[in-house]
Design a protein around this ligand. Structure first.
Ligand code: SF4
Length: 383
């Protein structure tokens, strides 16, 4: 097993530090908030009141927190930073999928760091697809997020904040985010500490109370981190973005495949399954003429059976400037059929929000292009 790539080191941490002196509220676990409140000379129940305002009522403005005196509201405003991100773009799909581009003025990646987050309604489920980083270090050849590399890690609070803003969209209907998938911009395992802290905050009953089994961490596969995750005693779902059933093709599509062999990734996934009892899901984006042939389906079936893993087949969403193409439906169905005939549980993931730049990283990219060429694009602004 090779050493972790350089972006796993602490080099990025300096840029993660908030410029604002206020403490990021959404980065605090309940016990940390309690400690902070006690240090201020307030009684501990004030921490519960704050969590009630933010997580239950979705009110992030101290001025509206009327259980605090006017003087204390002023103190809160200087002490805590409740939700500093602004939605700079919002797109709504005809199928109900909502995509937000959130910008933080003075956080990860320097001024104007942005991350995409998506709300996917599906029957009773309200799934948040969140970003873990600004940009992505992995650089998959077919992905818009990886095109400019990595700009920085998101803090735990910035990850939780994505769910906060999506919940505000759901609030009028009396609904909440029920499921969280780490499948937006970034590689969660390359921002492991912040992602794990965010998961603990999201999962806490005093915060957003999302069940661990309703949280999915999706990774291109970092064996050391997968084994660490297996020891966290949080039975989250693990999804491995495989996208190719053999090493040579994987290396062509995912530059990071140079660092970790398929064997090591599958071995770590086996450890995860053995320790947690959670079935592994393999994510497989089908690229026309590249990885969607019958021989690939047969090879993939062998990998799945070794791991007893499920497969999610995903239609590629085309990205301007990237040469890969979406496969024909007949080819996708035939691919699924071959997997099923081999005894593999294979689903075709519904294509959601296609007309709103559904592939991750596209909205941010369009926004940045439009900022460079004012007037070049007319997309709804929310702020
Ligand atoms: Fe990163 Fe995922 Fe895009 Fe690959 S597909 S570059 S891992 S965001």
């Amino acid at each position: 097993m090779l050493a972790l790539p350089r972006c796993f080191t602490n080099d990025l941490m300096a840029s993660d530090a908030p410029v604002s002196p206020a403490v990021e509220f959404l980065s605090l676990l309940p016990q940390e908030l309690r400690q902070l409140i006690l240090q201020q000379g307030w009684p501990a129940y004030r921490a519960d009141q704050l969590r009630n305002w933010v997580y239950q009522r979705l009110i992030p403005a101290p001025a509206e927190m009327t259980t605090f005196s006017v003087a204390d509201r002023g103190r809160l405003a200087g002490l805590l930073d409740f939700a500093a991100g602004k939605t700079v773009r919002r797109q709504t799909s005809v199928d109900g999928t909502e995509k937000l581009l959130i910008e933080w003025p003075d956080r990860a990646g320097g001024a104007g760091a942005m991350a995409e987050t998506v709300l996917i309604p599906d029957d009773a489920r309200r799934t948040a697809c969140v970003s873990s980083q600004v940009g992505c270090p992995v650089g998959c050849r077919f992905c818009a997020s990886g095109m400019k590399g990595l700009q920085g890690n998101l803090s735990a609070g910035q990850i939780v904040e994505q769910i906060f803003w999506l919940n505000t969209l759901l609030k009028p209907a009396g609904e909440r985010i029920t499921n969280v998938v780490f499948m937006g911009m970034g590689e969660p395992m390359a921002n492991y500490a912040n992602v794990m802290k965010a998961i603990r905050i999201l999962h806490d009953p005093g915060c957003f109370n999302v069940g661990a089994r309703r949280i999915t961490v999706s990774t291109v596969g970092v064996p050391q981190r997968i084994i660490e995750l297996a020891g966290e005693e949080l039975p989250v779902n693990l999804a491995i973005s495989l996208h190719a059933p053999n090493e040579p093709l994987r290396k062509q599509l995912i530059p990071w495949a140079e660092h970790f062999s398929l064997d090591d990734i599958l071995g770590a996934a086996q450890v995860y399954f053995d320790r947690t009892g959670r079935e592994i899901t393999l994510e497989y984006i089908l690229l026309a003429g590249v990885n969607d042939r019958q021989e690939h389906a047969r090879e993939l079936a062998r990998v799945c059976k070794r791991l007893r893993a499920n497969v999610n087949l995903i239609y590629y969403n085309e990205v301007e400037g990237i040469e890969f193409r979406r496969p024909a439906s007949a080819d996708v169905l035939a691919f699924q059929q071959t997997l099923r005939a081999a005894g593999v549980n294979a689903h075709i993931r519904k294509s959601r929000g296609r007309e709103i730049d559904a592939a991750c990283g596209q909205l941010r990219r369009k926004h940045e292009d439009a900022e460079q060429e004012p007037g070049a694009e007319n997309v709804e602004r929310d702020t």
